[in-house]
Write a protein that binds this ligand. Sequence first.
Ligand SMILES: Cc1cc2nc3c(=O)[nH]c(=O)nc-3n(C[C@H](O)[C@H](O)[C@H](O)COP(=O)(O)OP(=O)(O)OC[C@H]3O[C@@H](n4cnc5c(N)ncnc54)[C@H](O)[C@@H]3O)c2cc1C
Length: 316
Amino acid sequence: MFDRIYRAGVLGVAGRKPVENLVRSRAWSVAKRFVAGEEMDTAIAAVKELAADGVLGNLDLLGEFVNSPETANVFAGQVLALQARAAEAGVKPYVSVKLSSVGQGMTVDGTDGTAGTDLGLSNARRIVGRARELGGYVCLDMEDHSRVDVTLQQFRTLLGEFGAEHVGTVLQSYLYRSEADRSALDDLHPSLRIVKGAYLEPESVAMPAKADVDAAYRRLVYSHLKAGNYTNIATHDESIIDDVKMFVLSHNIPKTQFEFQMLYGIRRDLQKKLAAEGFTVRAYIPYGRDWYAYFSRRIAERPANVMFVLRGMLKG
Ligand SMILES: Cc1cc2nc3c(=O)[nH]c(=O)nc-3n(C[C@H](O)[C@H](O)[C@H](O)COP(=O)(O)OP(=O)(O)OC[C@H]3O[C@@H](n4cnc5c(N)ncnc54)[C@H](O)[C@@H]3O)c2cc1C
């Protein structure tokens, strides 16, 4: 309960324009712990830097304020450019995309055969198609609960067209519906990233108690692994990670069937340690000018982070 109140409080304050302006102007020195710069080259450099510790990268262009078909198309063009630049630089074009950023819910305009279809799906098709050409991968991030149905539907379409080696999506353990969503996808053998969930959701759709979210997290990971599917275990929760290690050992699940994923700048020590133990570890590397909403969610996850921001702002 405290978690929810804390999260709602921080996100409420962070959502005020004067607070955003102040944090944007004074807190970049703090934000850069979580965000790998504003440009794609700095993000690609961050992937190379992590490679020295045996950690792989997942590039994420931040862009949560796309509000017209034109901006959605520009954003999709930037993701396509990122994939090309990563491949040129010798980095696997493994990217994450929020379908809202590329036009989900908007309609394709024009005279070709795609007119009238969902712009998000149409742009995602170009991005996943490019991933297939370049030997890359696209994870469709999961946003708030209002987008889950449409995201899963579009994921099914893309999975059918491009295959699980090039596209995956995310399930959030805080949602009551996620176990049913997972088992409904089982026959398609999808690669899924399992997370606890980062949005402030009503109690009618999401579990309010952290202990329940954690228990549901374990259940989702275990059932996806037991079904023989590739599982991206995206958490910094060390007790869950330790339990997963025991689970895979006792069920003879090979290390090639899963990976651990964490966010850039969080628990780098643990990322390095797991990689040294021979596990596949991937860091989610966000970059771009629209870093504020992402940064606010990270601060809202942990009370100690608010002090960290305030100290950083005082230092300038
Ligand atoms: C690779 C990746 C991709 C993700 N994709 C999505 C997505 O598509 N949709 C979505 O809703 N959510 C996504 N998330 C966010 C996720 O839902 C959680 O909000 C976030 O991971 C925090 O939960 P946790 O599992 O680490 O566990 P928690 O119980 O929140 O944290 C466990 C421990 O991790 C450390 N920690 C966690 N968060 C922070 C932080 N911000 N700063 C410092 N330390 C921290 C602390 O030591 C904490 O005690 C993603 C997370 C990861 C790692």
